[in-house]
Design a protein around this ligand. Structure first.
Ligand SMILES: Cc1ncc(COP(=O)(O)O)c(C=O)c1O
Length: 402
C-alpha cells in the first residue's frame, strides 16, 4: 500500500538522517570534528578533495560532455580555482561571476553566460571581455545580444516544469518549443549563430526520465530547424544532478548511463556537442555546516522539543524553505536513544524554522552548547547567506583537503 510504503520510507530515512556514517566516511567525520574544535560556529567547511572527486566522477561518467561548473552553487575562490586548474569550463549568472573568473585568468572561451535575464550593459561588458556564448529565452534578450554581442553563439532554453525536482526552477526560465523555433529563426536574421538548445530539469532532480522528455524536445527542434536551414550543434543538458541528502537518490553513474541512453536514442552515435552545467552535484557533498545548539525548549508538556541552532535560514540554509532540501543532520555521538525535534534558526523571524513537518531525530541527550553537523551543505548555502540580518555576519567558510 502506498501509505505504508511512504511511511516505511520516512521511517527508514529518519534513521538514516542522523548517522554521519550513512553519508561520509568515519575518517572524514573525525576530520570535521577535529577541525571544529575551538572554532567559533557557525561555519561551513568545504572538503576540496570531495569537489575534485565529484568533478572527476562526472568526467568519467559523461566523457563526451563538456563540464561548465555553475559558479552560483559555490563561488568560493578555492573551489573555482581548483576547478579551473582541472580544466573545467564555467556557467555564469552575472558579470560579477565573470569578473571573479577573469581574475583567475579563466579564458572567456571557457565561459557561458547562462542567465536568460541580462541587462544590455552587462551583455556589452561580457562581450568586450571576450564571452561569445549566451543563453536566451526571449525576443527582448535575443535582440540585446544581437546589439551588444554581434556574431555570438546563442543557445535557447526550453521551459521545463521541474516536476520530480526537490528544488524546481520551473516557469521563470525557458520558453515553449514553438517560441524557441521562432527565436532561432530570428537569431539567424539578426546575424547571431543559433548554436544549440538548453534546459534545466530542476535542481536535485529525482526523476531521471525528465531528461528524456527534454532531450526529445531538443530532437524535435534540431529536426524542424534543419528544415529551415538552421543546423544546431549543441545540447546543454543543464544541472539537476543530485547531492546525497536524507531522501536517497540514484548515484551519478546511473544518471549518466540513462542520460546517455536518452541522447543516443534520439541522436544516434554521433552526438552533437554536449554541455553539462553541474552545481549541486559538484559542491553539495563537499560541505558541512558546523553549528551549535543555542537553546532547547518545550512549549507544552506534551509538545516536541524545539532545538534552536546558531545557523538558520538567513545564515545559508535557505533551501530549507518548504523543507525542500533535507540535509543529513547529526551530532558527534551515535545513540540509539533519539528524540523527534523541531529545528529552528537563531533570528527574530518566525520564518526561520528549518524543519517542523519532517521529523528530524537527534540524540535524546542533546544539550545546549553541543555541536550539530549539517552535512552535504556545500551548495547554495554560503552564497545565499545574508550579510547582516539581525546583525549576524555572513556564514564563515573554510576550505581544507581531507
Ligand atoms: C543555468 C543554470 N545552469 C546550471 C545550474 C546548476 O544546477 P544544479 O545545481 O542543479 O546542478 C543552475 C542552477 O540554478 C542554472 O540556473
Amino acid at each position: 500500500m502506498l501509505y505504508n510504503d511512504s511511511y516505511h520510507n520516512n521511517f527508514k530515512n529518519m534513521h538514516r538522517q542522523n548517522k554521519a556514517s550513512n553519508f561520509i566516511s568515519k575518517k572524514e567525520f573525525k576530520e570535521i570534528i577535529n577541525f571544529s574544535k575551538n572554532k567559533k560556529t557557525p561555519f561551513l567547511l568545504i572538503n576540496l578533495n570531495q569537489i575534485e572527486k565529484e568533478y572527476d566522477s562526472l568526467r568519467e561518467n559523461l566523457p563526451y560532455a563538456k563540464i561548465y561548473y555553475a559558479v552560483k552553487a559555490n563561488p568560493h575562490n578555492d573551489v573555482v580555482n581548483l576547478l579551473h586548474k582541472k580544466g573545467s569550463n564555467f556557467d555564469i549568472a552575472t558579470v560579477y561571476e565573470l569578473n571573479q573568473l577573469l581574475d583567475f585568468n579563466v579564458s572567456p572561451e571557457k565561459i557561458s553566460y547562462g542567465n536568460t535575464i541580462k541587462k544590455e550593459a552587462d551583455i556589452d561588458y561580457a562581450f568586450k571581455k571576450g564571452v561569445k556564448l549566451f543563453a536566451t529565452d526571449s525576443e527582448s534578450d535575443l535582440k540585446k545580444i544581437a546589439r551588444k554581442a554581434p556574431g555570438s553563439k546563442v543557445f535557447f532554453r526550453l521551459l521545463c516544469d521541474g516536476s520530480g525536482a526537490d528544488w524546481p526552477l520551473s516557469r521563470k526560465f525557458g520558453a515553449h518549443p514553438d517560441t524557441i523555433f521562432n527565436l532561432a529563426i530570428l537569431a539567424k536574421k539578426l546575424k547571431l549563430i543559433p548554436y544549440g538548445i538548453s534546459f534545466h530539469v530542476g535542481s536535485q532532480q529525482r526523476d531521471i526520465g525528465q531528461w528524456d522528455n527534454a532531450i526529445s524536445q531538443c530532437k524535435y527542434l534540431f529536426t524542424s530547424l534543419e528544415e529551415k536551414g538552421i543546423s544546431l550543434k549543441m545540447i546543454n543538458i543543464g544541472g539537476g544532478l543530485p547531492s546525497n541528502y536524507v531522501n536517497p537518490v540514484k548515484s551519478i553513474d546511473v544518471y549518466a548511463k540513462e542520460i546517455t541512453r536518452f541522447l543516443k536514442e534520439d541522436f544516434g552515435e554521433n552526438l552533437p556537442e554536449i554541455i553539462v552545467e553541474p552545481g549541486r552535484s559538484i559542491a553539495g557533498n563537499a560541505g558541512t555546516i558546523v553549528s551549535e545548539v543555542i537553546m532547547i525548549s518545550q512549549k507544552s508538556s506534551e509538545g516536541q522539543k524545539w532545538v534552536y541552532l546558531d545557523a538558520g535560514k538567513f545564515g545559508g540554509l535557505i533551501e530549507t524553505i518548504d523543507e525542500s532540501i533535507k540535509y543529513p543532520i547529526c551530532t558527534e555521538k551515535n545513540s540509539k536513544k533519539l528524540m523527534e525535534v523541531i529545528l529552528a534558526g537563531p533570528t527574530c523571524d518566525s520564518m526561520d524554522i528549518l524543519y517542523e513537518n519532517y521529523k528530524y531525530c537527534l540524540n535524546k541527550s542533546l544539550k545546549e552548547g553541543d555541536k550539530i553537523y549539517i552535512l552535504h551543505t556545500g551548495a547554495y548555502t554560503a552564497s545565499y547567506s545574508s550579510i547582516c540580518f539581525n546583525g549576524i555576519p555572513p556564514l564563515e567558510v573554510y576550505t581544507k583537503r581531507f
